[in-house]
Structures are given as structure tokens and as C-alpha cells.
Design a protein around this ligand. Structure first.
Ligand code: NAP
Length: 258
């Protein structure tokens, strides 16, 4: 999204504070950029200091207010630090986007080592719960949580089976948290289709696989980080003030559910 888009989009997040995990590239960065261009003060984070610094520079160059913090989402001290530093700087939290995930294996479920099953559960599901536990006392009335799941959660493909299962779990987690955190905080979920990021490059860099994925969509193209950011911003904003516990599939019409 270019600099001059700031004047073309709304300012739904003016005066709001938004934390986005895993936000130094790809979908997380796209979401951060969109919320920032719409007026949010941002807290971006990922595992590596260099990535955090570079992403913050890019956002500041667009006139966006950014606090940049290293946070590996499965590290309890780093999660606590993320929330503490946010509250020290901005005094509150209005939006939290839980975006981090790992997909370290192409093994079948029954071949996946115990430690890898644990790691996927830890990062893809449990870390969202624990981060929200730290954030909850600071979430404002009217605040919003968006969890990033995946189209793979509806029908976990063999080559990413446990990843898909953790993404299925996020649909349930969204419902459970929405009920628990109502009425002050809404909790929704975005299920992206395939987006050519670093994460998906093992699929999208192969021309044949990429074409196959494009053909699976009704719109005959892969998704963009901007597509995911627009949907996330909608759910996070007051435009979605009567929506909670829902999953929005952003996958160009790929098969998901009725
Ligand atoms: P990406 O472009 O590869 O970016 C991943 C980001 O996450 C980077 O900023 C990385 O920075 C950070 N990160 C990785 N592990 C982390 C951890 N444990 N704690 C904190 N930060 C971490 O990935 P992406 O495609 O945007 O994926 C983002 C989300 O979208 C994931 O939840 C993924 O499951 C979901 N999704 C993606 C697709 C797709 O096709 N791309 C489809 C469906 C769903 P560092 O290396 O500095 O940590």
C-alpha cells in the first residue's frame, strides 16, 4: 500500500492502540500498515530485533506511530513485556491481532514427532490464549480481538495436517473467547486463503502448485496481504460492532463451508 493511500482510506482507528503479533512481514505487516494508515498507534513485534527495527522504519516513513518490540509468542517473559511496554507507552489496548503461527513439518499426523505436535499447539493456539490473559486487564470497553486462522482449518490438507488442526482449533477458540470476553470485547477470526508470503513460499514459488491454488479459487487468483488486512481492519473496527464469535473466510471463494 503506498504512502498516498493514507488520504484515500478512513480513519476508523484514530486514537486507538493496536497490538499485532508476528507483524514484521507478510500478512501481519499488512494488517499493521492498514490499521496504522487508519490512525492507530501500533505495537508491532516478531522474534528478531532486526526485523522489528526494519518494519518499524517502513511504517514510520508512512507517518505511522509505532512501538516495536521483540516477542516470540511462546516466550512468557516476552509476551508480558509486550503488554507492559504497550501500557507504559499508550496506557491501554483497543485492538489485538493474534497472527503468529508455525508450520514446521509436512509429515502425516501419525508420523509427526511429539515435540513438533507440542510446538504447533504452543505457538498456533496456546500462545493466543496466554497473550490475551496478559492483555485482558488493559482491553478497553469496545475493544476487539482478531485471530488469524486459515482456510486449511476447514479441511486440514495432508501436507499440513497438524497445522490445519491447530487452525481448526482457532475457530472454536474464537467462539469460546467471544462468549467469555463479551460484552466489552469482541473476538473474531479471519481465515485467509493462500497468500504468496515467505510462509507460503514452499507452495506459491512452484509455478504448477501456484496455478493449482489459483484454480481452486472462484476469483482465479491468490490473495494479497492487503486483502487480509482489509478484512481484519473491518472486524477490528466499529463497523463490525455487532459481530462477535465469527470467522470471515477471505479466500477468493475457495471451498470452506456452506
Ligand atoms: P510470513 O510472511 O512468513 O510472516 C511471518 C511473520 O511472523 C514474520 O514477521 C516473522 O518474523 C513472524 N514470526 C514467525 N514466528 C513467530 C513467533 N513464534 N513469534 C512471533 N513472531 C513470529 O507469514 P504469513 O504468511 O504472513 O503468515 C501470517 C499468518 O497468516 C499465520 O498465522 C499463518 O498461519 C496465516 N496464514 C497464512 C496464509 C498464507 O498463504 N500466507 C494462509 C492462511 C493463513 P520473525 O522471523 O522476525 O519472527
Amino acid at each position: 500500500m503506498e504512502n498516498n493511500n493514507k488520504s484515500k482510506i478512513g480513519q476508523r482507528f484514530h486514537g486507538k492502540v493496536a497490538i499485532i503479533t508476528a507483524s514484521t512481514q507478510g500478512i501481519g505487516f499488512g494488517i499493521a500498515q492498514r490499521l496504522g494508515l487508519e490512525g492507530a498507534s501500533l505495537v508491532i513485534s516478531s522474534r528478531k530485533q532486526k526485523n522489528v527495527d526494519e518494519a518499524a522504519e517502513k511504517l514510520r516513513a508512512q507517518g505511522i506511530e509505532v512501538l516495536a518490540i521483540v516477542c516470540h509468542v511462546s516466550n512468557p517473559q516476552q509476551r508480558k513485556n509486550l503488554i507492559d511496554k504497550t501500557v507504559q507507552r499508550y496506557g491501554k489496548i483497543d485492538v489485538l491481532v493474534s497472527n503468529a503461527a508455525t508450520n514446521p513439518t509436512v509429515d502425516n499426523l501419525l508420523q509427526t514427532p511429539d515435540s513438533v505436535l507440542d510446538k504447533q499447539w504452543e505457538i498456533n493456539v496456546k500462545a493466543s490464549i496466554l497473550l490475551l490473559k496478559d492483555a485482558a486487564p488493559h482491553l478497553q470497553k469496545g475493544s476487539s480481538v482478531v485471530i488469524i486462522s486459515s482456510i486449511a482449518g476447514f479441511n486440514p490438507p495432508a501436507a499440513m495436517a497438524m497445522y490445519g488442526v491447530t487452525k481448526t482449533a482457532l475457530f472454536g477458540l474464537t467462539k469460546a473467547l467471544a462468549s467469555e470476553m463479551a460484552p466489552n470485547t469482541r473476538v473474531n477470526c479471519v481465515a485467509p486463503g493462500f497468500v504468496p508470503t515467505h510462509f507460503a513460499s514452499f507452495l506459491t514459488n512452484n509455478d504448477d502448485t501456484r496455478k493449482e491454488l489459483e484454480e481452486k479459487t472462484m476469483l482465479k487468483r491468490l490473495g494479497t496481504t492487503e486483502d487480509m488486512a482489509a478484512a481484519t481492519a473491518f472486524l477490528a473496527s466499529d463497523d463490525a460492532s455487532y459481530i462477535t464469535g465469527e470467522t470471515l473466510v477471505v479466500a477468493g471463494g475457495m471451498p470452506s463451508r456452506l
